[in-house]
Design a binder for this molecule. Structure first.
Ligand code: 5GP
Length: 130
């Protein structure tokens, strides 16, 4: 069965899109640790990061770097944290989290945003990637 992230890529489930290439997709995490928390995924559905073929792994890292550079311009923060966990969704995803303090990397602190705030945040990041 297709993962929830494959359904997002295919447009079957809505998302706040940040960036897209032929092979990768970036969108806002629906339950963010901090405003701007973004997920970068390969369109190829693979469960575990280190099971990716090298080309897809390297491509995902480069894509994540590009998104992170836009993210830090769009969202004021001390730095952008990066994490790969995958215990909830078995489709490789890189978490990019604009950080001001360590608690934002624990996945215990969450912020709630309105649909308008999500859309404005995604638009601000997209604008930095043009
Ligand atoms: P992990 O698998 O790394 O533990 O976490 C999965 C992440 O995906 C979580 O941060 C969760 O909020 C996010 N997530 C789960 N389902 C959805 C969804 O349908 N849409 C979006 N945008 N994010 C999701």
């Amino acid at each position: 069965m297709a993962s929830i992230f494959t359904k997002i890529i295919n447009g079957e489930i809505p998302s706040y899109k940040v960036a897209e290439t032929d092979d990768f997709y970036a969108f806002l995490d629906i339950n963010p640790n901090a405003k701007g928390h973004t997920l970068c995924i390969p369109k190829k559905e693979v469960n575990r990061l280190f099971d990716l073929d090298k080309e897809t792994y390297d491509g995902l890292m480069e894509f994540s770097r590009t998104v992170a550079l836009g993210l830090r311009e769009a969202i004021p923060c001390k730095r952008v944290g990066m994490s790969v966990i995958g215990l909830e969704v078995p489709h490789v995803h890189v978490h990019l989290i604009p950080l001001n303090h360590m608690g934002e990397m624990t996945f215990q602190e969450k912020v709630s945003l309105s649909p308008e705030e999500f859309e404005a945040t995604a638009a601000a990041i997209r604008a930095q990637l043009k």
